[in-house]
Design a protein around this ligand. Structure first.
Ligand code: HEC
Ligand code: HEC
Ligand code: HEC
Length: 480
């Protein structure tokens, strides 16, 4: 071998080594890019699934759990789902993670309460599930936050009873539309039914607290709010909204002339919907407009079309408008004032204006052409007055103060009646008793009202069985 050929060979070896290194480095890069893409995909799934709304109690430690989820049966504490090995899901395998989400069974085999919306998540596709698992395990910082145990009253404290409930109501979902490239309407259905679990608030529940499939998205009570009918019905539902308006509402939390998002909807906007791609929000709009219409016979026109009926009292009678938009702490000092017009001018007019038409830019919205004020019951109007609205949307932050401590039930009823008559649905009357019930969290579900009787009936059945066994034994003894 000549020197030249040795040099040549060495050159080739070096070149080969260099190429291999470049290849390896780019492979590592490609792998890292693929991992990043997977984590980003998983994060998008977790956002669309709105996991943060329930699993975050303290914004500084996302997903660290501890938030009490109010259920009619008592508070259920959302788990720590950070990858903490001591307090979170750090020891969950992907199979266990999928079982918790799709079947409502945790890593110890314990049944979860359906406050965790696994009936909806049952339809999450394998691809989305895998990406979400990788996201939680690799990208969410572990937080060792111990969550208080959930203690529901007997008999709901027996978690195994959920197995019976699941046998009745847990259906394995479809995964149609799980890819962003699916047909728009399928994608919308997947986002609404599976990830967005919209029906968990918008569909009314039966005696056993399962969603009534015949009333799908037909409107329901949640924590004192009414999650309205969002079927395609043009009168009772949102058939009169365009898909673009629905998408804008989901993104920003408000649409002029239609309504604003308060309560649980404000949270869904803040934690989930405002981060979703416009194409997904549009797909939700398109799908909702295809949902079979549910009409409430007594509804005459869409809630957002109401604009009052009773003429306003002469403006001169109203107290002068305050220059700033904060509440005047003295306006309701005289607790005896239950004059709706006095209360409105003191507590509301600085923002919503004496005319009720809101400000020019509608940052303080009109109370006419406003779903909450035009609905056939005033629950959302009362809830907005009691608890205010504090919401971060894609476009801006909105804030309406809560009046629960400034106004008593009679005063809230008075101001609500003033608002309904002059700006909304004049046929709606709010009573003091109704405000008291809404303040206490809304009507008690039938299951809870029936529980004492159900327990008594169960006790009688047990006693009867014991008595029958005893009698059979006795008669056998007598015969022998
Ligand atoms: C509407 C509220 C709500 C939403 C939304 C929600 N969860 Fe939960 N989740 C809960 C509650 C409450 C529990 C505890 C239930 C119990 O104790 O029976 C829970 C339990 C869990 C558990 C079981 C952990 C354990 O070991 O205790 C996992 C895992 C979980 N959730 C993951 C998720 C993920 C991932 C998402 C989003 C895709 C999500 N959850 C969305 C309320 C929610
Ligand atoms: C935690 C409960 C909850 C969840 C989950 C929820 N909503 Fe809502 N939604 C509400 C409440 C409550 C309102 C009424 C808000 C108000 O008037 O201030 C509402 C209002 C709406 C409205 C406006 C209807 C109208 O006529 O004013 C639309 C549209 C809507 N929701 C769509 C959705 C979609 C789509 C999803 C799922 C991605 C969803 N919601 C999930 C509780 C919820
Ligand atoms: C400091 C200003 C401010 C005051 C005072 C105020 N509001 Fe509001 N109000 C707002 C803002 C901001 C919104 C939400 C706008 C949005 O979502 O885009 C709102 C929303 C509402 C809504 C719609 C709620 C829903 O869920 O759709 C109603 C109804 C309402 N206000 C009634 C009242 C009444 C009645 C009073 C007096 C008791 C009052 N507001 C006092 C600023 C105010």
């Amino acid at each position: 071998m000549t020197i030249i050929s040795i040099v040549h060979t060495r050159g080739w070896i070096l070149k080969g080594l260099m190429l291999a290194t470049v290849g390896f480095v780019s492979m590592v890069h490609a792998q890292a890019a693929a991992d990043d893409a997977l984590v980003a995909h998983g994060k998008a799934v977790a956002i669309a699934g709105d996991c943060a709304a329930c699993h975050t109690d303290n914004k500084a430690t996302p997903f660290a759990g501890g938030r009490p989820i109010g259920s009619p049966l008592g508070n259920i504490f959302a788990s720590n789902i950070t990858p903490s090995k001591t307090n979170g899901i750090g020891n969950y395998t992907e199979e266990q993670f999928a079982a918790a989400l799709r079947r409502g069974v945790d890593a110890r085999g314990r049944h979860l309460y359906p406050a965790m919306p696994y009936t909806a998540y049952a339809g999450i596709s394998d691809e989305d599930m895998h990406a979400m698992y990788v996201y939680f395990m690799q990208a969410v910082p572990p937080v060792d936050n111990a969550v208080p145990p959930t203690k529901l009253s007997f008999p709901y404290s027996m978690r195994w009873t959920m197995a019976i409930w699941n046998a009745l109501y847990l259906k394995k979902g479809t995964v149609e539309g799980s890819s962003p490239d699916s047909k728009e309407i399928d994608r919308g259905r997947y986002l609404v039914d599976t990830l967005g679990h919209c029906s968990s608030c918008h569909t009314p529940r039966n005696l056993l607290m399962a969603e009534r499939s015949g009333k799908y998205l037909g409107g329901a009570n949640v924590d004192g709010w009414i999650a309205p009918n969002i079927t395609s019905d043009p009168v009772s539902g949102i058939g009169g909204w365009s898909a673009e308006e629905i998408a804008a509402y989901l993104k920003n939390g408000h649409v002029n002339g239609k309504g604003q998002a308060g309560g649980g909807m404000a949270e869904a906007v803040e934690q989930s919907l405002r981060y979703m791609p416009d194409s997904d929000l549009h797909a939700i709009g398109v799908y909702l407009k295809s949902v079979p219409a549910i009409r409430v016979a007594s509804d005459e026109k869409p809630a957002y079309e109401y604009a009052g009926g009773t003429p306003l009292p002469s403006i001169t009678k109203l107290e002068p408008q305050r220059p700033d938009v904060t509440r005047d702490p003295n306006f309701a000092k005289d607790a005896s004032s239950t004059d709706g017009s006095v209360l409105y001018s003191g507590a509301c007019a600085s923002c919503h204006q004496p005319s009720g038409k809101g400000t020019g830019d509608q940052y303080f919205p009109s109370l006419s052409h406003n779903r909450a004020v035009g609905m056939s019951t005033s629950d959302n109007l009362v809830m907005a007055i009691l608890h205010g609205i504090d919401r971060e949307g894609a476009d801006m932050h909105v804030l309406m103060p809560a009046f629960d401590r400034d106004l008593n039930d009679a005063q809230i009823a008075a101001v609500a009646n003033y608002v309904s008559q002059h700006f909304g649905n004049p046929g709606v009357v709010t009573t003091t008793a109704q405000v008291a019930q809404i303040r206490a969290g809304g009507p008690t579900p039938l299951l809870l009202r029936l529980t004492p009787y159900l327990l008594a009936a169960a006790a009688i059945v047990v006693l009867l069985i014991v008595w029958l066994i005893f009698r059979r034994k006795k008669s056998r003894r007598v015969r022998s």
